[in-house]
Design a protein around this ligand. Structure first.
Ligand code: SF4
Length: 413
């Protein structure tokens, strides 16, 4: 239990309940429903009045409840390798077993049936394979955006090619939804996504303060609405309240980690089934994990309602995960400066090379360039067979000891 709980958490719980109630209602009222990858152009889908379900949110729930450990072997038995995305194997295994944690969490008997599967390859290829499983099983269309990958600078050509793909999906989405396209409606939705993003980013940026009013662990909760509700007024209202609360906490000197000694940047996915263990471990040593690539991913503040297609193309293509190592290095250096970072933790998620920036020497180069220590922590987003509590504790405690020698935090006592 955090010592200084965040008020908005109560609202967050209500919002997520409302989100799943909406999905359950769509199934029973005949409203058309899309599945969307978490960094897909959700604004475009909303412009056709579709209800939207995010399988990666289900994957995170399977990980956080640790139910994934029952389901990954089921997917492995169906021919899906234990080495591939454990969101995919958790979700597919749960489907094959006919179970879902949505039942206990939100009263839903099963995940809502899609009328269309909409992907964006900006994160990884696994999402397409994941959606194609359901395409084959359920016989529903699978459409999407094939984004140029691992880009250096985002160019006009990148943006034009992705915007053209978005425009080409208007016709198929009209057919699937039975709703005619209205660009004004799309612009309004893009404006709502932009507003929620700006406020989410503002809330995260309050963590530049010392002590930080929130941590990455808090962020993994409060990011829920920006993932599943961007493009809706509810998300804007939520992030207005959250950012106001963070501002008040900074003014009042409320620390997410009382006695904050050191400040960490987390790169990569959370270890969903070990959030509590990790947050308590860092807090015990008065180390605040103040920023992350993960939470910042959804701060799509460059969306522009006057250029809905182009700005969606630009934001969804220019994501951190879709950049080459040089641009990622720039980002890490900027974040280190902005958030007064004493150390980096790079989560090497075994089944997600897409978010693990650990295999090609980046943490070592970053350490050499900045003088800021970097720890590579082996684990996984869902599959706890890849995570050892004892090894993680030993590695993190040794790392914190190292920060004591080189960090700027000092001991406030
Ligand atoms: S980015 Fe990683 S966790 Fe997300 S769908 Fe792709 S492989 Fe899975």
């Amino acid at each position: 239990m955090p010592q200084n709980p965040i008020r908005a958490t109560a609202v967050f719980k209500q919002l997520m309940k409302a989100h799943y109630a909406e999905l359950a209602g769509a199934a029973s009222s005949g409203r058309k429903l899309a599945w969307c990858t978490s960094m897909g152009q959700v604004e475009l889908l909303r412009a056709f009045g579709l209800a939207i379900y995010f399988p990666e949110n289900h994957g995170a729930l399977l990980g956080a409840t640790r139910r994934c450990m029952d389901y990954i072997p089921v997917a492995n038995g169906a021919g899906y390798s234990p080495e591939i995305c454990s969101y995919l194997t958790s979700d597919v295994g749960a489907y094959l077993k006919g179970e879902t944690p949505l039942k206990e969490s939100y009263g839903m008997e099963k995940v809502p049936r899609p009328d269309v599967l909409f992907y964006n390859t900006n994160q990884c290829r696994e999402l397409v394979d994941w959606f194609m499983f359901y395409h084959r099983r359920l016989g529903v269309p699978c459409i999407g955006i094939n984004t140029p990958r691992h880009i250096d600078q985002l160019t006009k050509e990148h943006v034009e090619s992705v915007a053209a793909q978005e425009r080409a999906l208007v016709g198929p989405l009209e057919d699937i939804s039975g709703v005619g396209f209205d660009e004004g409606r799309l612009s309004d939705i893009v404006a709502l996504s932009r507003d929620a993003s700006v406020l989410w980013k503002r809330a995260l940026e309050y963590a530049r303060a010392r002590p930080s009013p929130m941590t990455f662990w808090d962020g993994t909760i409060h990011m829920g609405p920006i993932v599943v509700m961007r493009g809706l007024t509810e998300a804007v209202d939520y992030y207005r309240a959250l950012s106001t609360e963070m501002g008040e906490r900074v003014k009042a000197g409320v620390a997410a980690v009382p006695g904050e000694r050191f400040r960490i940047f987390w790169d990569g996915m959370p270890v969903w089934g070990r959030i509590r263990m990790l947050s308590e471990l860092f807090e015990k040593h008065r180390v605040s994990v103040v920023a992350s690539t993960y939470c910042n991913t959804w701060a799509l503040d460059g969306l522009d309602p006057s250029r809905p297609f182009e700005s969606m193309a630009s934001e969804y293509t220019g994501l951190h995960i879709n950049r080459n190592d040089e641009r990622k290095m720039d980002y890490f250096k900027r974040m280190a400066k902005d958030y007064s970072i004493d150390g980096f933790v790079f989560h090497n998620a075994r089944t997600c090379p897409a978010t693990s920036n650990t295999d090609f020497g980046l943490p070592t180069r970053l350490e050499e360039d900045t003088g800021i220590p970097a720890l590579v922590l082996d684990g996984d987003l869902c599959d706890l067979r890849c995570f050892s509590d004892d090894q993680a504790r030993t590695a993190i405690e040794a790392f914190i000891e190292q920060l004591g020698g080189v960090g700027s935090g000092g001991d406030p006592r």
